[in-house]
Ligand binder design. Structure first.
Ligand SMILES: Nc1ncnc2c1ncn2[C@@H]1O[C@H](COP(=O)(O)OP(=O)(O)OP(=O)(O)O)[C@@H](O)[C@H]1O
Length: 496
């Protein structure tokens, strides 16, 4: 972990801050009927304003929350320490939150800013509740804008890199959407377009993968000109070379001045930050758990073991690990990552041959198979899932006890996301990574990730060297490799 000091909190919300004054001004305008109700307003709860500053400071320090606001008139909103401090809402929008004890750190720190209409970059560990961090303000914004006469479709667009993740975000939002009377739809490739076209006519919120959304935009099935809330989930992935142009095309009809732009991720490499700035207007950056300029940070509740080995020993070791975790009447859920589709298929066959209940997910399967196999793993019908990096980001699968990396990913950011499929929502997790000499150019980055999470660094890994190689924007995120195991071909395909 980075140094946990008070100094990390650059924006220290003050008691009775400018925020209180600003929100009071806004509320008096509303009372006078001069405010456009479709505009976002945020009034900090008076009970939150009344808390002693020491309690706020302690929260920010304990949770290692850093808020960097570069705008000249930065309002000092206090983090929402409890759901009780959420802004008032006419209906029961917040009811589904009852299953949670309190907002997570990223929710507590970003919600006031998002309710207030600010552009936000939110960086927090895997499994820390980022979906609702951007999702709840989105729903509230839609509800509030309903008070205005005109309703536009869509008003909010949430873009995600994979179909499964888009579908999962949709599932989370739908729980709130009835109350918000906000139609939500999910748009992704690999399935027919007609139903999607129909749904787009009434949906206020569109969750989408970029390729299909762009297709439907190009053929006139959707007009994004009235979008007021744009989210890039897994933002560093959305800004890498594979998606950059799609994103630029999608946002072209929604000027930055008329939309709120929100980016969330667990990893925020320097290579994407300048590009991110071009999509945003005076964004506030909220980081949980340490300096965003440092190496990517893994969730500290995940025990990370790295085993340096000869590539030829991988399969035996994998079967040994699975035999241990799959024995008995209650086998553990294990996610096995490979880098290449062909490799994933081979490993899946091997695991099946050994008699384990296994399913696979990778880009060569059709969408029905991908969803079916993921569901089998979620339900426990399969207790081992072999995946490529299509499953590395965002997927929230309950009770994954162990992640095994058979082949190291192309970047340490991908490593952090892969292992983040375990240890979610406050649980502990375990990751075992097979590392060979072929992966040595990533040893420095991996060593830093291990050290930052206070994990043991094996001597055998140290011997590959601890220098971190500079990342190229082009190389970052080349994650779906449509090639065999020889690591030579480089055809890259992304989800649409
Ligand atoms: N306030 C909360 N308290 C406890 N659990 C929560 C809270 N908010 C969300 N969760 C749960 O935490 C889990 C992880 O949330 P989510 O999938 O949003 O994580 P994430 O930060 O987006 O992870 P990733 O970086 O891997 O995409 C989900 O099962 C979600 O329901």
């Amino acid at each position: 972990m980075g140094k946990r000091s008070h100094a990390e909190t650059e924006l220290r919300p003050k008691k009775k801050s400018k925020a209180d004054k600003a929100s009071k001004d806004k509320s008096s305008k509303e009372e006078n009927g001069t405010s456009d109700s479709s505009k976002t307003t945020y009034t900090q709860a008076s009970a939150l304003s009344d808390l002693p500053q020491s309690q706020i400071d302690q929260f920010l320090e304990e949770k290692v929350i850093k808020i960097t606001d570069t705008s000249a008139d930065a309002p000092g909103f206090r983090p929402l320490l409890s759901f009780d401090y959420l802004p008032p809402c006419n209906s029961d929008l917040y009811a589904p939150l009852k299953s949670f004890p309190a907002p997570t750190s990223i929710q507590a720190a970003t919600w006031p800013l998002l309710f207030a209409g600010r552009d936000v970059i939110g960086i927090a560990e895997t499994g820390s509740g980022k979906t609702l961090a951007f999702g709840l303000p989105c729903l509230k914004k839609i509800m509030d804008s309903k008070k205005s006469k005109k309703e536009y479709h869509p008003t909010a667009v949430i873009i995600s890199p994979t179909r499964e993740l888009a579908s999962q975000i949709y599932d989370q939002l739908v729980k709130f959407a009835d109350v918000a009377e906000a139609g939500v739809t999910c748009i992704y490739g690999g399935v027919p377009k007609d139903d999607q076209r129909k749904a787009l006519k009434t949906a206020a919120i569109v969750v989408a993968t970029p390729g299909r959304l762009k297709d439907l935009q190009n053929d006139g099935s959707v007009d994004l000109g009235k979008v007021k809330y744009l989210v890039l989930d897994e933002a560093d992935r959305m800004l890498d070379k594979g998606f950059e142009q799609d994103i630029k095309d999608i946002v072209a009809p929604m000027p930055v001045s008329r939309r709120q732009t929100v980016m969330f991720t667990a990893t925020w490499p320097k290579s994407v930050r300048d590009l991110a700035a071009t999509f945003m207007s005076s964004p506030v950056t909220v980081t949980i758990g340490g300096d965003p300029s440092a190496d990517p940070r893994a969730n500290t509740r995940i025990k990370q073991d790295v085993e340096v080995m000869d590539g030829r020993d991988k399969e035996n070791r994998l079967i040994q690990l699975l035999s241990r975790s799959q024995k008995g009447s209650n086998p553990e859920k294990v996610l096995v990552f490979c880098l290449y589709k062909k490799e994933a298929m081979r490993i899946e066959r091997l695991i099946k041959m050994k008699g384990f209940k296994v399913a696979g997910i990778h880009g060569d399967l059709n969408q029905t198979e991908r969803f079916r196999n993921l569901d089998a793993f979620k339900s426990g019908a399969a207790t081992v899932l072999v995946a490529t990096d299509v499953a590395a980001r965002g997927l929230d699968i309950p009770a994954v006890m162990l992640v095994i990396n058979v082949t190291f990913p192309l970047t340490v950011e991908d490593y952090v996301h892969r292992i983040g499929r375990t240890g979610r929502a406050g649980a502990n997790g375990h990751a075992i990574t097979m590392f060979t000499e072929q992966d040595k150019n990533l040893s420095g980055g991996l060593i830093n990730v291990l050290k930052a999470a206070k994990q043991d660094v094996p001597e055998s890994l140290l011997k590959f060297g601890s220098t971190v190689k500079k990342k190229q924007h082009d190389a970052y995120g080349a994650f779906f490799k449509d090639i065999g195991t020889d690591k030579k071909a480089t055809k890259i395909t992304f989800d649409d």
